[in-house]
Design a protein around this ligand. Structure first.
Ligand code: FAD
Length: 423
């Protein structure tokens, strides 16, 4: 019988690919006219094992309360969102102990390394081009204290397979000459040689095409309204176009996974956290960075993707709307211009695409992959700020679990109503 995958972002399409490879008959239902038009469209583009630390970390709840209502805060919780997400907030706070933070970061790293390998295998097997670049990632710091603290976290992750190097300002500039102008403000950097860059939208569309060639069917422009069950087993879904039968359904709808399953009384704790990216042609900016730079104190990433540059950042808890707040987009441009003063001369906002997407964030900061109490109903969602990094590995793990195979890595712990990870 057909397996339905709901959602064709990076996570849903990777799930469809691996289910098809496992010999299953797969159909994908997607409300947009093509794959990867929502959060998987304009993300920062970095495939980063270096960024696996969850946002639920020691000290974060206090910081978020201190930032309440402040328009320029790195993570802005809007008052209007609080009544809808207090339970998620409590779960988030419970995950902010040092022990849980370390466990969750290590789980993400494990999956990120599995994912990077899977992504490379898929890209070469399916011949997908997606503006891949393999120069690593440079994370820059402006105080020794913040650099030391980041190094402590990377030292812990290094025990689980993260590769990194601490570099002084001189080597920073040697690695990325575009930092020369502001080198006096830097304290140093961490360099992650194994991190990569790629266009998530291009990859996901390429993978959807490859899936279709292998027989996966895509129902674009069709919105899932509810999941149907009978006798404790899933039997299909209802869409705006009719009813589809299936005995296995995988919900990979990012932030929209929770409201869909809430209709069945199944609680999946994922809340949308809005982020912004600004993409513009590199054009005549010949001295633009060649490698992705993540600025820890100014909280943005500037990433070359093919012939474009993309700045991304901002985290705003304000519900499900995807309109980029002008003030927050302007702050990202301002911060990036501080680090790269040349940029302003080349960034013409009228030619740039200012975009916002909803990071599907779970309280533990790890994805939710597993089955629910309804037999045959699976979830693969909640990848937060790491969905491009974790998509291929998560798709592979989900397909392994669904088809009763051992994924070969430890699956992140279940959250909410995901009760088990075995078929
Ligand atoms: C500003 C920003 C920067 C980021 N940078 C990075 C980065 O550098 N590296 C990284 O690893 N990650 C990054 N991320 C995170 C990453 O983009 C997400 O985690 C990832 O895209 C989530 O993929 P997904 O497939 O789960 O969700 P989505 O891409 O949102 O896919 C879900 C799909 O479900 C569909 N859908 C929803 N509801 C329905 C319905 N009712 N019926 C049918 N279809 C439905 C949607 O149309 C969508 O196509 C960033 C995110 C943001 C916002």
């Amino acid at each position: 019988m057909t397996i339905l995958v709901l959602g064709s972002g990076a996570v849903g399409v990777a799930t469809a690919w691996y289910l098809n490879k496992a010999g299953q008959d797969v159909e994908v239902v997607e409300r947009q006219p093509e794959a990867a038009l929502e959060t998987s469209w304009g993300n920062g583009g970095v495939i980063h094992a270096s960024e696996v630390e969850p946002w639920s970390q020691p000290g974060m709840p206090r910081k978020i309360i201190g930032w309440l209502g402040k328009e320029s805060a790195p993570l802005l919780l809007r008052y209007g969102a609080i009544p809808h997400m207090w339970r998620w907030g409590l779960d988030f706070s419970r995950n902010c102990t040092p022990e849980k933070f370390r466990t969750n970061a290590a789980a993400n790293l494990n999956l990120a390394l599995h994912s990077l390998k899977s992504l490379q295998e898929i890209a070469s097997e399916a011949g997908i081009t997606y503006d891949r670049a393999t120069r690593g990632v440079l994370k820059i710091y402006r105080s020794i204290a913040s650099l030391d603290s980041a190094q402590r976290s990377s030292d812990f992750l290094a025990q689980h397979g993260l590769l990194y190097e601490r570099v002084d300002v001189e080597r920073c500039v040697a690695l990325e000459p575009a930092l020369r102008e502001t080198q006096a403000t830097l304290a140093g950097a961490l360099y992650f040689a194994r991190d990569e860059v790629g266009d998530c939208h291009k990859f996901t569309q390429g993978l959807a095409t490859a899936c279709a060639k292998r027989g996966v069917r895509f129902r674009y422009g069709e919105t899932v309204q509810s999941v149907e069950t009978a006798g404790g087993h899933v039997v299909g879904v209802v869409t705006d176009k009719g009813r589809l039968s299936a005995d296995t359904v995988v919900v990979a709808m990012g932030s929209f996974t929770s409201p869909l399953l809430a209709k069945l009384g199944i609680r999946i704790p994922i809340y949308p956290v809005k982020g912004i990216s600004i993409t513009f042609p590199r054009g005549a900016w010949n001295s633009a960075p060649q490698m992705p730079v993540i600025d820890d104190s100014k909280l943005f990433g500037l990433v070359p993707i093919g012939d474009r540059m993309r700045i991304s950042g901002s985290a705003e808890i304000s519900g499900y709307d995807t309109i980029p707040a002008t003030s927050r987009a302007a702050a990202i441009v301002e911060n990036a211009s501080f680090t790269f003063p040349e940029m302003k001369r080349h960034l013409d906002l009228s030619k740039a695409r200012v975009w916002a997407g909803l990071r599907p964030v779970s309280p533990a900061g790890t994805p939710i992959i597993g089955r629910t109490r309804v037999r045959g109903l699976w979830v693969n969602a909640g990848h937060g700020h790491l969905g491009w990094t974790l998509a291929c590995g998560s798709g592979r793990v989900a397909a392994d679990l669904i088809t009763g195979r051992n994924p070969g890595i430890q699956v992140p712990a279940p959250q909410g109503a995901v009760i088990a990870t075995a078929a």
